[in-house]
Design a protein around this ligand. Structure first.
Ligand SMILES: Cc1ncc(C[n+]2csc(CCOP(=O)(O)OP(=O)(O)O)c2C)c(N)n1
Length: 802
């Protein structure tokens, strides 16, 4: 095997590499036995509810009533697994396995079972005949396990249900994880997805010194559910150039002949592993010239449904899309299909693989690595076990001095950037910021004082704060950012994904899928809690000065608040000190999705640090300094707000009412933690009935100014006393490139709209209310004329403060 080291071609073959690459007859026998055992268990899971070891001929009653699962991808997944296990056994390499086509779940469940991990975690699924039967019966069945490589599968950090994310998870898992190799099997159907196509670029951000390595294995079995795949039908030379163009050293294995495939795959895997080790060794020993290494990857061309029934009812199955799910249907009713199934299962010779008790025989077990090196038992895949808390500075040290509420402006996210800079500095091995090219734009650029952007491609003289040693992750792909952070979190490390609010919807599906993962993980005692997925949305709908409508979309809030209360949190800090308090809380939390929404522009500051900490701890509170309500009786109206810009409008509206209708009693309530609004039985953060009444009363009308879509608040206060009295204003899809205040006007959430709403909804109106309404209407008309003429907001609005 040949490597490029310091520009020279060198032949290096280590002893270990030779061992991995060459198979003796015994090696082939072990690999073949393990693979047969895994395939047998895979088929058993899909089909059988009795007679697991075929001790007697199959009968219709042995067959499950509903045949669910996916066979086609499974033999390829287990073939690779067997070879990687052998490599681990020989070399002690730490590795985890990510199955892109996660629908091959039974193959990975079978692997964990053969490795003994499954029974260690789920003792009822023991390594004997009754345990095997449980393994079969639980698969895809009510009360059992799902058909994918899901949270219940030991060794998994990747479900592979929603296709496209295997490489992003794999790359995230190896960042700051120098000893780990993540083997990532990419389905050729999966390779057609946008996220996957964009994720080959992971190597352009990998550092061979402080990061581990990803070994992508593109599994070209040629078919998807119902047809051919693009890469499967492309000229192989084109596929090769595509991947070489991404910077990979492409190694190929192709065929279905046995044992030839074992020999060729073992040699190729050894080659790939040797190349990875050599890249790492040379970089870690100071011999690296700094150029982006050509990391190896493997293309495996093997038939879909390999070793399954070649034909069924005269139609070709193996090697075609027909083997994707359950290649034999109607087995209970169709004696011919039952006979094919029996022949198929017996072709693996189960009597050679499992002993009298039903446990795997020595030949099968001999492939299994020791203890934690088993991929199904790797602590990397149960990252909460090895996670270390962040060393966090005192967030109070970054506070904005607030002498009086609403009198001075500051860029809140800039303070957060300073906090994150010090988190980077103090946690060089376990914290990263992920951002689609907007760290500076989001005012988080202080992090560059201690870390560059990571970049493994060529750097030129004009580039700033970017180097191969950097650890700030900037790639113009929300999918990569989100997925890398998930992989980083699930292997025990901490981070934050900061993105423009509107484009968080690009990766919203990942947010949803990760929420499902966290939710399921919480049901499993053996899955230790992992650092939370922190998402910071800045550059929000309300202040997208030069961007306009495409950049105005608060949809992710809507997405996250429909997730289950055990995992979802939404915070809308109104100013810098609240942001710092919320961020500190989120960085300490475990196994949540924390959504934080705050704008990056200079904005009014309201609370000093002590008040902010108290306010954020409660999640919502009365801002008595903003209203005219002394708390002795119910106010005439409650002006509530959640979100920075609408909070300013609310405080301004309260001021107008205070000055122009001094007898009108207004209470201002600010909500930071959106999830305090639901009833406690609907969300664990839900505030008590008493507190809700203290803030919102039981009967007074509430004019609620919300950062996002108004329906969200109605959804959240559902079931609260007289929920109909909430009159919510928020973003109603009125957007364009315009002035900041005009955005609030267009969406009907300006201070003038709020004042009119207050007047329209209060049960008791003092004299002068009608005149004030008319004044507001005049102000709005004045605004319309002014902005068109002057191209900016009226000074009384633009420079407004308390
Ligand atoms: C994003 C997404 N779209 C569609 C599907 C439905 N789906 C499940 S499996 C599959 C085909 C996958 O083909 P491939 O990745 O080649 O896997 P394999 O052939 O190895 O089964 C599709 C389209 C999905 N799971 N995820």
């Amino acid at each position: 095997m040949r490597y490029r080291i310091r520009g020279k071609e060198t032949a290096v073959t280590t002893v270990a590499e030779r061992q991995v690459g060459q198979l003796s007859d015994e090696d082939v026998a072990r690999l073949d036995a393990w693979w047969r055992a895994d395939n047998y268990l895979t088929i058993g899971q899909i089909y059988l509810q009795a007679n697991p070891l075929l001790r007697r001929p199959l009968e219709p009653g042995d067959i499950k009533p509903r045949l669910l699962g996916h066979w086609g991808t499974s033999p390829g997944l287990s073939f690779i697994y067997a070879h990687v296990s052998r490599l681990i056994r020989l070399t002690g390499q730490q590795a985890i396995y990510l199955a892109g086509p996660g629908h091959g779940g039974p193959a990975l469940v079978a692997a964990g079972y053969l490795e003994g991990t499954y029974s260690e975690i789920y003792p009822a699924v023991s390594l004997d005949e009754p345990g095997m039967l449980r393994l079969f019966r639980q698969f895809s069945s009510p009360g059992g396990i799902p058909s994918h490589v899901s949270v219940t599968t030991p060794g998994s950090i990747h479900e592979g249900g929603e296709l496209g994310y295997v490489l992003v998870h794999a790359f995230g898992s190896v960042m700051d994880n120098p000893d780990l190799i993540s083997v990532a099997v990419v389905g050729d159907g999966e390779a057609e997805t946008g996220p996957l196509e964009g994720s080959w670029k992971g190597i352009s951000f990998l550092n061979p010194v402080h990061d581990g390595a990803v070994l992508p294995i593109l599994h070209l079995n040629g078919a998807k559910i119902a047809g051919p795949t693009v890469l499967g039908r492309k000229d192989p030379a084109e596929v090769r150039s595509l991947l070489e163009g991404h910077g990979y050293e492409v190694l190929e294995v192709s065929g279905d002949d046995l044992p030839g495939m074992h020999h060729r795959f073992a040699a190729t895997l050894a080659d790939a592993w040797g190349r990875i080790r050599e890249i790492q060794r040379s970089a870690r020993e100071g011999e690296w010239d700094g150029a982006r290494p050509r990391w190896p990857m493997i293309i495996l061309r093997s038939p879909k449904g390999w070793t399954g029934p070649a034909e069924v009812d005269g139609v070709k199955v193996t090697g075609t899309w027909r083997s994707h799910q359950v290649p034999l249907s109607g087995v209970k009713e169709n004696p011919e299909h039952l006979a094919i199934l029996e022949r198929w299962m017996r072709s693996y010779r189960p009597e050679e693989l499992f002993d009298e008790q039903g446990a795997p025989v020595a030949l099968v077990r001999e492939l299994t690595p020791e203890g934690d090196l088993r991929m199904s038992a790797s602590p990397h895949a149960n990252g909460g076990l090895i996670t270390r808390d962040l060393d966090l500075p005192d967030f109070r040290g970054y506070a904005v001095d607030v002498a009086a509420p609403g009198t001075q402006r500051a860029e809140s996210t800039r303070r957060l950037g300073e906090l994150l800079r010090d988190v980077y500095r103090d946690n060089p091995d376990r914290f990263r910021l992920f951002c689609p090219d907007e760290t500076n734009s989001n005012r988080l650029g202080a992090v560059f004082e201690v870390s560059d952007r990571a970049f493994a491609e060529r750097v030129s003289a004009e580039d700033v704060a970017i180097s191969r040693d950097g650890r700030v992750m900037e790639v113009l792909s929300e999918h990569n950012c989100h997925g890398w952070l998930e992989g980083y979190n699930l292997t025990g490390r901490h981070g934050m994904f900061a993105t423009y609010e509107a484009f968080a919807m690009v990766s919203a599906s990942q947010t949803v899928q990760h929420g499902k993962w966290l939710q399921e993980a919480k049901r499993l005692a053996w899955r230790a809690k992992v650092p939370s997925l922190n998402v910071l949305l800045t550059s929000t709908a309300w202040r997208n000065d030069h961007n306009g409508f495409s950049h105005q979309g608060p949809g992710l809030i809507q997405v996250v608040l429909t997730q289950r209360g055990d995992v979802a949190r939404v915070y809308l800090p109104p100013d810098a000190n609240c942001l710092l308090s919320v961020a500190d809380h989120c960085l300490r939390s475990r196994s949540y999705i924390n959504l934080i929404v705050i704008d990056k522009q200079p904005q009014l500051q309201y609370l000093d640090m002590d008040a902010a900490v108290e306010h954020c701890a409660r999640g919502a509170g009365v801002w008595s300094w903003a209203g005219t309500d002394d708390g002795s009786t119910d106010p005439d109206i409650v002006l509530a707000c959640a979100g920075d810009i609408v909070t300013m409008e609310t405080v301004a509206a309260a001021q107008i009412l205070r000055e122009r209708l001094p007898k009108f009693r207004v209470r201002v309530v600010n909500v930071v933690d959106l999830m305090t609004l639901p009833r406690r039985k609907d969300h664990p953060h839900g505030m008590s009935e008493t507190l809700f009444t203290e803030l919102f009363t039981d009967t007074v009308d509430v004019v609620f100014a919300f950062h996002g879509y108004p329906g969200a608040i109605h959804q959240l206060v559902h079931g609260r006393p007289d929920a109909d009295r909430f009159r919510v204003r928020g973003f109603v899809e009125e957007g364009t490139t315009t002035t900041p205040f005009d955005m609030t006007v267009r969406n009907g959430v300006s201070r003038y709209h709020l004042v009119m709403d207050a007047i329209n909804n209060a049960k008791r109106l003092p004299p002068g209310a009608a005149e004030l309404k008319a004044w507001c209407e005049r102000k709005l008309a004045e605004h319309q004329v002014y902005v068109v003429e002057h191209l900016e907001d009226m000074p009384e609005v633009r420079d407004w403060s308390l």
